[in-house]
Design a protein around this ligand. Structure first.
Ligand code: FE2
Length: 260
């Protein structure tokens, strides 16, 4: 067996906080074993479900012992496996994400675009900015961070200074594409809000975790500001609808470097 395959797919990051590593191209899943409730953050793609169950078994849990699954946003690579467990687990998402999931809005969820089988499910709890989920040993504060898409949230743990970011900020100051329903100016505003938080570790939906969040935040804000400034210059220079459309769609996919 190769060395890569020997790597455990579940890793304890803090006492009772685990990262279930992504089955690519799906997202990581985070498990928090609370004093009273067990929470998952994101579910990964549909194909991730067997891995998710195997990783939960490593820590003596099965899916029916998960009380709440919080989705960081509505994209297929974060939510797909939810369809296989939403009959056992309460599902929560920001109301802008929950609405799109409810209506199976393929413009935004992008299952078919990435050839992922779209399986319907519903979010039970429609979250708002400022909601707090108290697990006894950890506290999760919902921060609405639109930009990558309109239903993006981050979850902030203020006592331990942790931030679960979904796709909003990745380690190394990487920010994600501006997807349908997203906006670069909303993204910038969300990043400025996040930059004001006291964060020691950043747990993203893709790639490595970060122990240098202040530096990452500085970089990601700088990159978003640069993109916005450069796009203004480019859009000003456009003289035809045809060139506008080409540039418009190119600018929506600009991550530097590509996220894992
Ligand atoms: Fe995403």
């Amino acid at each position: 067996m190769s060395k890569a395959k020997d790597k455990p797919r579940i890793v304890e990051l803090k006492p009772n906080i685990y990262q279930i590593r992504a089955v690519r191209p799906g997202s990581h899943v985070y498990l928090i074993k609370g004093l009273w409730r067990n929470v998952l953050i994101d579910a990964g793609m549909v194909d991730n479900f067997p891995n998710l169950e195997a990783c939960l078994a490593e820590v003596d849990l099965d899916i029916s012992q998960i009380d709440l699954l919080i989705l960081t946003h509505e994209h297929f690579d974060h939510i797909g496996a939810t369809a296989l467990c939403f009959d056992k687990v309460l599902v929560a998402a920001h109301r802008f994400a929950a609405n799109k999931i409810h209506l199976q809005d393929e413009f935004v969820m992008m299952n078919k675009y990435f050839l992922e089988a779209a399986k319907p499910f519903q979010a039970d709890i429609w979250l708002e900015d400022g909601n707090i989920i108290d697990l006894g040993n950890y506290l999760l504060k919902v921060i609405h961070t639109p930009g990558h898409c309109s239903g993006s949230i981050c979850l902030y743990e203020p006592d331990h200074k942790l931030l679960f970011t979904g796709d909003t900020v990745l380690a190394g100051g990487i920010f994600s594409d501006i997807c349908p329903s997203g906006s670069i100016s909303d993204y910038l505003n969300s990043l400025q809000n996040l930059r004001s938080l006291n964060i020691e570790e950043l747990y993203p939906g893709h790639g490595r975790i970060s122990t240098t969040p202040a530096k990452d935040m500085e970089l990601v804000v700088e990159r978003a500001e640069t993109l916005l400034d450069e796009s203004k210059i480019l859009f000003e220079a456009l003289d035809t609808k045809a060139t506008f459309e080409r540039l418009f769609f190119a600018l929506r996919k600009f991550s530097l470097p590509k996220k894992e």
